[in-house]
Design a protein around this ligand. Structure first.
Ligand SMILES: C[S@@+](CC[C@H](N)C(=O)[O-])C[C@H]1O[C@@H](n2cnc3c(N)ncnc32)[C@H](O)[C@@H]1O
Length: 276
């Protein structure tokens, strides 16, 4: 443990863990996902069989694990780093944002608190998630939730939104083409699309021995792929779809990928920001 840098040995022969307590707690909780995967294993085995089902929906125990892992503080921090810098492009405007695949609404709840004069719409194809989002909305009047599929958005939403957010959605969605087509229809001509997915390359050569791919692939195997393949359309990409394929697909729909900060848009990263 000392040689691996997990435990620190001090000059007085005392030992300590060289990390802050919150980080250790987070890692401890992250490791507990192995117990959840263990519970899912028999179902995964069935899916692997040639004559077995194509996939399965989200497991309750996995969703509960996610809930504990992704705290309000984590969402606030995520918004500060990834979302707010993009929303600031429309500084001074009373913007409208659509969160496609909003899940239980944790993200937009936090973002909507920061912009009380702006409107936030959250949609998700999963009924229990939307029901929970509505239940936890409290008295936040600037959020509207709908149970809706990203590839079948309201016909009334033509060029309505300044921002369309898809966080951890495209790689789990069964109809990426349909969602991008709809995102284009509902975005204002000067609006921004914001997508985040695991920062993994599409190239298997680059996935090999890559620690980010090693971290995300088990989640893809146990949850993302089975969840999207369980959809009646039966399509699904998963984590291995990767950055390059996602960027190519976004550009195929006539969007222009824009550079944010110093990072070259050719480099593998989690976020892709684009305009019509
Ligand atoms: C990994 S979760 C991410 C949830 C949320 N964006 C977050 O970051 O916490 C993916 C979500 O996308 C939703 N989803 C998948 N396909 C969808 C579709 N075609 N239309 C709308 N929502 C979809 C799922 O139901 C799920 O809630």
């Amino acid at each position: 443990m000392i040689s691996a840098g997990i435990v620190k040995l001090h000059e007085d022969d005392k030992y300590s863990l060289p990390y802050e307590k919150p980080l250790l707690k987070r890692w401890g909780h992250a490791a507990s996902v192995l117990l959840v995967f263990n519970e899912m294993f028999p179902q995964l085995e069935k899916v692997m069989a040639e004559d077995g089902p194509k996939g399965y929906g989200y497991y309750d125990s996995f969703l509960r694990w996610m809930d504990t892992y992704r705290t309000t503080e984590i969402f606030q921090e995520w918004n500060k780093i990834h979302l707010i810098p993009i929303l600031e492009f429309k500084q001074g405007t009373e913007f409208t944002l659509l969160d496609i695949g909003c899940g239980c609404g944790q993200h937009i709840r936090e973002a909507a608190k920061l912009y009380p004069n702006c409107m936030f719409y959250g949609i998700d194809s999963d009924t229990p998630s939307i029901d929970r989002a509505i239940k936890e909305q409290g008295d936040q009047k600037n959020i509207i939730y709908h149970h809706m599929r990203g590839e079948q958005l309201s016909q009334e939403w033509k060029e309505k939104f300044d921002f369309v957010l898809m966080n951890e959605v495209l790689h789990v969605a069964s109809d990426v083409d349909g969602i991008l087509k709809e995102a284009k229809r509902v975005l204002k001509p000067d609006g921004y699309g914001i997508t985040y997915d695991p920062p993994v390359s599409s190239d298997p050569q680059k996935q090999a021995n890559n620690s980010t791919a090693q971290l995300f692939f088990p989640f893809g195997l146990f949850t993302c792929l089975p969840a999207c393949l369980s959809d009646p359309s039966g399509e699904g990409r998963g984590v291995g779809w990767g950055y390059e394929h996602k960027k190519q697909k976004i550009e195929e729909y006539g969007f222009r990928v824009i550079k944010i900060g110093q990072k070259d848009t050719e480099a593998v990263q989690a976020g892709i920001i684009f305009q019509k």
